[in-house]
Structure formats: C-alpha cells, structure tokens
Design a protein around this ligand. Structure first.
Ligand SMILES: [Zn+2]
Length: 86
C-alpha cells in the first residue's frame, strides 16, 4: 500500500516524504507540505484544495475543475491534517 500525504492527498514515493526538524522522514506528510519540521504554508483546507486542482485533472476520472474539487471536498476531511478532532 502506498502512503498518501495526510495534507494534500498526494501519493508519496520514497523520496518525497516530508522532513522532521531533526532531519528524519515524516511519513504522514509529503515534502511539499512539510519540508522542514512544520507545514510550509499555513492554509485552510479550501485553499489547499484550490491549489491542488490543476494537479488532479486527468483524462480518466477527473476531466475538469468541478469534478476535481468535488472529489477533494469529499476526501480531504478524512486526512489527518484536516480531520476535526471532536
Ligand atoms: Zn502533501
């Protein structure tokens, strides 16, 4: 099973894990979201979704912005970074 970034939903390969402050790998987040012991950008889930849209559009199941946005709106609240602790 592949690891998925718990912030942006990207599938992570060995060389794009995030980094903890001590230089070790952070396997919850990718290096774009978590480059150096903290989140690179402090943003809301909605802002993250908007910036991910161009990367999600593809020929198979995500033909346009609307579909991409809707899929992420369903999916992102399950990711660790955005999950509401109740
Ligand atoms: Zn990420």
């Amino acid at each position: 099973m592949s690891d998925v970034c718990q912030s942006c939903g990207m599938i992570m390969e060995v060389n794009n894990y995030g980094k903890n402050e001590d230089g070790s790998e952070n396997k919850d987040y990718c290096r774009y979201c978590f480059p150096n012991g903290s989140f690179g950008k402090n943003e809301t889930m909605e802002e993250m979704i908007e910036s991910c849209i161009p990367f999600r559009i593809n020929d198979t199941d995500c033909p346009d912005e609307e579909v991409a946005r809707r899929k992420m709106m369903d999916y992102f609240p399950n990711l660790k970074r955005w999950r509401k602790i109740t």
